[in-house]
Each structure stands twice: as C-alpha cells, then as structure tokens.
Ligand binder design. Structure first.
Ligand SMILES: [Zn+2]
Length: 462
C-alpha cells in the first residue's frame, strides 16, 4: 500500500515539475524574478501585477551600488592579484559592508567571494536549470546533479555587469591556481621572493617547462626537466638566483617605462584615440561578413566530416582539413564576440597628465620592487605580468660550467598595447609593434661581492 502511494506521489511530482519548469523558463525570458537573485541585482516591483500566489511581481534590474562593488571585486582579483581571502577581509573592513543576499552570518565569507567571481550572470549569461534535484525515495533524501546542458540559457545584455574580457580574465586566474607558490618558511622574502614564481620558462623542451624553486636553500629557480639531463647537454646549466632575478626584472621593466618619457606619453594618448575610432567604426557590414564566414566554415566542416575518404591518406587529409577549419572558425567566432563587446564598451581617451601619472605609478611600483607587504608584492607582480605577458623565456649564456655562465631572459614587449590596456581597462584592438627585451641575469661584473659587506646587486639604468 505504502509503496503504491509513493509511486503515485512521484508520478504526481514529476508531472508537476514540467509545468513549474516551463513557467520558470517563461519568467526568465520576461526577466521576471524567480528564485534567489544574485548579488548585484534587485527586484523592481511591477505595479498592478501579482504572482499566482498573490504576491507583487517584480522584474530583475541591476543594483548600481552592488554592481560597482562586483566590478571592484573583479578588478581586485585580476589587476591587484588579490587572493579571495584578502578580498573577503577588505570587504568586511568596509564601514558598512554590502552583504550578499540571504547572508545569515552578517559578513562576507570566502565562499561568497568565490560565488561572485564565478557567476556567469555578471556577463549577461542567464541560465535556468543548471542543476537538477533528484529525490531518492529509499533514502528520503534529495541530491543535486549537474545537467549536461541547462534547460534554458539567454544572453541578456541589459543585465551585464562586467565585460567579457574581465570575466574571462578572472576565470583564467581562478583555474590557473592563482599565485605561484608558498612563502618562505623562515619568512625571508628577500632571498626567496615569491614575486616571479611561475613566470620563468625553459623553452628547450617540447612544451615550455616552468621553472621550479630549487638549489641551495631554495634560493634559486631550476628547470626540473633540465635537472634530469646530463650536464654536458643540459639546455639550462646555470641556476637563476631568485633575489637577483626579482631585482633585475623590476629594474629592467622600470627602465623600459622611463626610457622615452614624453614621446611615450604622446604615443599612448594617440593609441587610445585610434582605439576609440576603431571601436566606434560604424561598420555593421563587418559583423554580417564574419557571420556568413562562420556559417561557411561550419558548412565546410560538416561536408568534410560527411566524406572522410576511404584510404588512410584521405582520412588523414580530412583530419587536418577539419582541424584547420575548426581553428579558423574559433578565430572568427572570437572576433565576432570581441566586436560585439567592442560595440558596447566605452573607451575614454586619457589626458596627457593621466598617462603621465599612470607611468609614474608603474615605475614607482617597479622600483619599490619586492617588498615584504603581500599586497604590494601582488601589485608588483601584476605590473611585471602586464609588461612581460606573464612569461620570460630563459636561455643559457656564457659557459655551461660552474661560475662560468648565466641565464639570459627574453620576452616580447608590446609596450603600447600594455599601456593602452592599463589605462583604458580593455585590450587594444589594434596591434602595435613589439620589441624583444633581453635581461642578463648576472651580477654586474664590476661589483664583486665582498664576504663581509652585505650583498647588493647593482643595475645600471641608462
Ligand atoms: Zn629545461
């Protein structure tokens, strides 16, 4: 009897589910409030309309103050490289912190910050039915499963709070594992700075290998693959002194900014002007062209997949063809998305003074170099990443013997692109010329370290 009734119950519930779901999907389409709202949004009452439960009906709108805070959290995470725990503390330190909805503890938690950082709604992507509740009658228990695809997804630009670019930058950093490595056990962050952990790579191997901390008392960085190769044929023989590397890299980056003060300021301003023109270019034809190109590529891929060929050579050819088409299609799709966001993004051309102030700021950050203050370290790190693109390739220079050589770092610097991004907050559409920057990681030959005097690395800035 009981089992009969439970079967009826389940039947009744599942029959109802469908209508509830479709009603919710309809509400999403009309931007009406259902379920819990995320931080950053409000329900705006619609006068005169009632829900079926005779409650006032409301529409989803952006809460301007909370939206500002969301953007701030995103920028803290990406631009200042703050960790979620630091963001949590900063939020709780505010005089009257705005709290996430349904917050019972009265303070921000790491989980709440995490949820803000991964919420897709902030980029206008609203989904319904991402998870599914499954009732297990035997256990009398409800579990949640992720559906393979959400029941309904809609792109709602009016409810966008952050740009696609910022949102993706946050996701890249979240998945990247954040910062590189732990602090030194003994707290000596001068000899063992974490500043550049994860930035150096050894390009000699098939996939560029990131350098690890190693050597005497963890004061060096080494390529773990090279360490496993006989010393005669080891691509990177010398080890990289972490203290020296941090100082020289910061100095070099500062030097690059100082090199051409007034001309550089003018160039940044005119590059920003060019960006504004590029992004305001009234060319709806380009969007249409890209869309038809996208369709054409999809059609070609489908055609190639329908006729993969008979022989192995044919099939290999089809494979490489499809791969090419797919990579082209990805590029076109990315460009289309970028144009879409370019049309909605507003860039303001900065004044000469603003650019000068930004440059002075960056220089100061770099010249301060590796300080002990963890929040400053993040700032220095993000500045170095901005200029180097987050990667410095290392090569062996001099002789591959003890005290006979040193490592040379190289990276491509797109100076104007970096500065335009820094000052406008969005990536440049135009490609500006790049230069290759070379840093020799060795002590200046003249300054021989004395046994008794404190060691200092001198760098010449000319
Ligand atoms: Zn290596």
């Amino acid at each position: 009897m009981l089992s009969m009734q439970s079967t009826f119950d389940q039947f009744y519930v599942s029959a109802n589910n469908e209508s509830i779901r479709s009603a919710h999907e309809g509400l999403l389409d009309k931007r009406l409030v259902f379920g819990a709202l995320s931080f950053g949004y409000l329900g705006e009452l619609i006068p005169g309309e009632l829900t079926s439960r005779k409650r006032p009906r409301s529409r989803i709108v952006i809460d301007p103050e909370a939206a500002d805070l969301v953007r701030q959290i995103y920028r803290w995470y990406v631009e200042e490289r703050m960790q979620t725990i630091q963001i949590m503390r900063r939020l709780n330190a505010m005089s009257e912190p705005m709290l996430p909805p349904n917050c019972k503890s009265g303070r921000w938690t790491r989980g709440a910050v995490e949820r803000v950082l991964k919420n897709r709604r902030y980029r206008g992507c609203w989904e319904y039915g991402v998870t599914e509740s499954v009732y297990l009658p035997e256990q009398d228990y409800v579990t949640k499963h992720f559906r393979a695809e959400p029941l309904r997804a809609a792109q709602i630009e009016e409810l966008r709070i952050v740009t696609d670019e910022l949102w993706h930058a946050v996701q890249v950093r979240r998945l990247d594992g954040g910062h590189g490595g732990r602090n030194a056990n003994d707290g000596d962050s001068v000899k063992r700075p974490v500043l550049l952990n994860g930035i150096f790579v050894c390009p000699a191997h098939q996939e560029k290998q990131r350098l690890w901390v190693g050597g005497n008392r963890g004061q060096y960085m080494v390529c773990p693959v090279c360490q496993g190769i006989e010393s005669k044929s080891r691509p990177l023989f010398s080890m990289l002194n972490r203290e020296l590397a941090a100082q020289l890299t910061c100095h070099k980056c500062a030097e690059l900014l100082m090199a051409s003060d007034e001309t550089l300021i003018g160039e940044v301003v005119s590059a920003c002007q060019a960006e504004v023109q590029e992004s305001q270019l009234p060319d709806p034809g380009q969007v249409a062209r890209l869309k038809s190109e996208l369709q054409g590529l999809s059609a070609s891929i489908a055609a190639a997949l329908r006729n993969p060929g008979v022989t192995e050579a044919d099939q290999a050819e089809t494979d490489s063809l499809v791969r090419d088409f797919r990579s082209q299609r990805a590029k076109v799709a990315a460009k289309l998305g970028f144009l879409g966001s370019a049309l909605t993004r507003a860039i303001r051309v900065p004044t000469v003074d603003e650019v000068r102030e930004m440059l002075t700021n960056l220089e100061q950050i770099l010249l301060d170099g590796a300080t002990r203050d963890p929040e400053r370290v993040n700032l220095v790190r993000s500045t170095v990443e901005l200029l180097t693109g987050g990667e410095i390739e290392l090569f062996q220079a001099g002789e591959a013997r003890s005290h006979g050589g040193w490592l040379q770092g190289r990276f491509k610097l797109h100076l104007l692109n970096c500065l335009v991004k820094k000052v406008t907050g969005v990536s440049a559409l135009l490609e500006h010329p790049a230069v290759e920057v070379i840093i020799d990681y060795r002590e200046a030959p003249r300054a021989k370290p004395s046994l008794y005097a404190p060691r200092r690395f001198t760098t010449k800035i000319s």
